[in-house]
Ligand binder design. Structure first.
Ligand code: KG4
Ligand code: ZN
Length: 332
């Protein structure tokens, strides 16, 4: 059974082919245009998706050596995401399914990040916990089955990726800043500067206070030393990354203890972060938990996760009709 997966929720246009539950291709077209603006410009993102979508699909079919005539179903990201961006992927998927007279499968982007753990042989057992950390979301998800997931903790304001990107903006680094914070953090001392850990009850997160404290910290130091950021860039990045990772891991630890779960997973763009990956591995080793971290290409937005989620929905016969519309805020 051959599934074509389409992802266009934000600024990456991606297409993937899944054959009998195995990913054979995963093409991702990034949009460099947003760098000049220091963040994703929704209007531009949808236009570039429009340019990229057909070449991305053609390349994915070519890489997988699967003809478009042999595709059995199209899985697409229905939401959450930027409405204009989603519209491009949804419209393409509908047109493809209509032309080939094959089923359409709608996928929740956040569930797909979790289901990226079912690409490859090393799969977690249900129930497991997944910390899903991206540019738009920060969630601890209790995963009871492929499509039976419960968000047991989430951010009350900014997402973890947003905290990374906003910090990098304060430091004068280009967008997206997360990978650059990761790069400089490797050369710095994580304990050089101490940023506060918010005291939020339960399993929820908050990152807006941290962002403000970083802003004031930089402003005050630059006032007395204009070269402060250049002279301390590695240590600042290492200290910020350390604080974000400890906020995330402390809550994940609390959730795992509370629910008595021993299979722990990480998903979403921020799970590409080296400090967070190492921190989670250490936490799991200490507690004798099994740790699941996807390959970096399946952490950031990609259509392979949409295609694999589509595969499991296909097995259930869970399809949608041609009237389906994107949902910018699609709940679980
Ligand atoms: O899942 P994703 O690709 O898109 C969304 O659905 O938001 O996540 C993008 C986020 C951005 O905030 C980016 O800065 C962050 O993931 N990110 C990283 C790293 N790679 C991507 N953050 C820290 N370290 C990284 N290596
Ligand atoms: Zn994402």
């Amino acid at each position: 059974m051959n599934i074509l997966g389409i992802e266009s929720s934000c600024d990456d246009t991606s297409a993937a082919v899944c054959v009998d539950g195995v990913i054979l291709s995963n093409v991702i077209a990034n949009q460099a245009i947003h760098e000049a603006y220091g963040g994703v410009v929704p209007e531009l993102a949808s236009r570039v998706h429009q340019q990229n979508i057909v070449p991305a699909v053609q390349q994915a079919l070519l890489n997988a050596k699967v003809s478009k005539n042999d595709i059995d179903a199209v899985a697409f990201t229905r939401g959450p995401g930027l409405l204009g961006s989603l519209l491009v992927g949804v419209s393409f998927a509908k047109a493809f399914a209509l032309a080939k007279n094959i089923p359409l499968i709608d996928i929740n982007h956040m569930q797909a990040h979790v289901l990226a753990h079912f690409i490859g042989d090393n799969k977690p057992n249900f129930p497991f916990l997944c910390l899903t950390v991206s540019g738009g979301h920060t969630q601890i998800v209790l995963v009871k089955d492929y499509f039976d997931m419960e968000v047991i903790g989430q951010t009350l304001d900014d997402a973890a990726g947003e905290a990374m990107d906003k910090t990098s903006k304060i430091l004068g680094l280009p967008y997206p800043g997360g990978p650059l914070i990761d790069k400089y953090a490797r050369l710095g001392n994580p304990l050089a500067f101490k940023f506060p850990e918010p005291q939020i009850p339960g399993l929820d997160f908050s990152f807006s206070g941290l962002k403000t404290s970083i802003l004031y910290f930089i402003r005050d130091h630059v006032a007395s030393n204009p070269d402060f950021v250049q002279q301390n860039l590695n240590d600042i990045c290492a200290s910020v990354e350390y604080r974000i990772a400890t906020i995330l891991l402390n809550k994940l630890n609390k959730a795992a203890q509370a629910y008595g779960i021993k299979d722990i997973a990480l998903a979403g763009g921020v799970s590409a972060n080296t400090g967070l990956r190492q921190g989670l591995q250490a936490l799991c080793e200490k507690n004798n938990w099994r740790c699941f971290i996807p390959k970096p290409e399946y952490c950031t937005d990609n259509a392979a996760m949409i295609a694999i989620a589509g595969y499991y929905k296909y097995l259930k016969g869970d399809f949608v009709g041609q009237g389906v519309a994107p949902l910018a805020r699609m709940p679980f």
